[in-house]
Design a protein. Structure first.
Length: 166
């Protein structure tokens, strides 16, 4: 019972401290430097970065885990399907360029903010490369008959029936 009373007294004290800090007149908060803008109050910024190279949940976890550990980053989420990383950060502690560099250090490409001309161009280039790869694949598959290095194209290659089946 004594332990419970001490716990309640501590919780009450914390609540009172929190309330007293909230009820101070404007300008009396911690960090006020006598100027019109408190020194410790900087607006949190958010950025949506286009990231190329995320293919799975492991990529997402890698980015989120690394960026979340950066001083000044308050929230981060990544989506490999859209290739977007959302980050909220304190610009007094970390910059958008530092976040970008950290993501790129993991092996991903960050052409810029979502919707920026650089990001749009990179996404268009990626889509064109994926389309070209998709249209090239069936053509290469059809060339195996004429390719003497493949089993089907070589007269000397053993057939699937020969061998261990007896």
């Amino acid at each position: 019972m004594l332990r419970f009373n001490k716990l309640m007294a501590g919780a009450t004290l914390l609540c009172l401290l929190a309330l007293s800090a909230c009820n101070k007149p404007a300008g009396e908060s911690a960090g006020y430097n006598g100027e019109t803008t408190p020194a410790s109050r900087t607006a949190s910024q958010s950025v949506q970065l286009q990231v190329i190279g995320m293919h799975c949940d492991n990529c997402v976890q890698s980015i989120q885990g690394t960026v979340a550990k950066m001083e000044g980053v308050s929230a981060v989420s990544a989506n490999f399907e859209t290739g977007v990383v959302d980050a909220s950060f304190d610009p007094a502690k970390v910059s958008e360029q530092q976040i970008t560099a950290e993501i790129e250090s993991l092996g991903f490409t960050v052409p810029g903010r979502v919707g920026s001309p650089e990001a749009e161009a990179a996404m268009a280039e990626k889509a064109a490369a994926e389309e070209a790869a998709a249209t090239d694949s069936p053509a290469k598959g059809n060339d195996t008959e004429a390719d003497p290095t493949t089993k089907e194209g070589s007269a000397d290659a053993p057939s699937e029936d020969s061998g261990q089946n007896g």
